[in-house]
Design a protein around this ligand. Sequence first.
Ligand code: CO
Length: 272
Amino acid sequence: MKLLLTLATAHALSTPTRLPALAADKQLKTIFENNRRWVQEEVKKDKDYFNRMASGQSPQILWIGCSDSRVPANRIMGLDAGDVFVARNVANQVIGTDMSMMSVIQYAVNVLKVPHIVICGHYDCGGVKASMENVDHVPPLENWLRNIRDTYRLNRQELDRISDKDQRTRRLVELNTLEQAFAVFKTGVVQRRRVQTYGSDQEPYTQPRIHAVVFDPGAGSASELLRRRRRRDATSPRRRRRGRQRVYASRERAAAVPRRHRPTQVPASSKN
Ligand code: CO
């Protein structure tokens, strides 16, 4: 646990040490030396730092990202230990039967009551690239990639129009991220919390908000993927119909959600 905490907060080191490509020492001496240095630096800056850590966590963000080593959640956002609750897996998948991910979301939303969930995909994602290959990656990885292959199939028209392979891969990274943001939004845990907090006096806005973000390891930049908005007359029949289709938009509507609603818009940044 101590090691995990150390790695998660390595960004706090003013000059993080790179592990040699081939760590000769079996005990990974470097990381424990780094750990001691980090403890000293933090205590020097704030003598109560670890007392605060010992008193518990109240992170504001649940981060769902890829396991890729170039996408360190805290460091990208410039946040400290205790600020981000993190779940990572290959290609940032949110799958309803993944008890690990579902438990993370449940704990973050119901217990920690995080107001924000960031789902972060990244360009040059090995998982996304593998899903575009006509290759059997054998289970369990092949089963895992199945989900991304489905996202490709659902967006085949758009993707197949992109002739440049790199650009097509980048777009699938974005579409996969949006699809997973939708998957988070649709979980019962998130829907129930949003119904609870809709119009609540205790919360300034309906929570949690879902943010689909894409990170570029080659540039270090993170940007939010916004859903495409089309300007329409607010009173048009189509607009009103869409309003009715919005999932669990309010307590009153929650009881009247159509069984087979068509999820036409991705809640990249869910607004009330
Ligand atoms: Co990846």
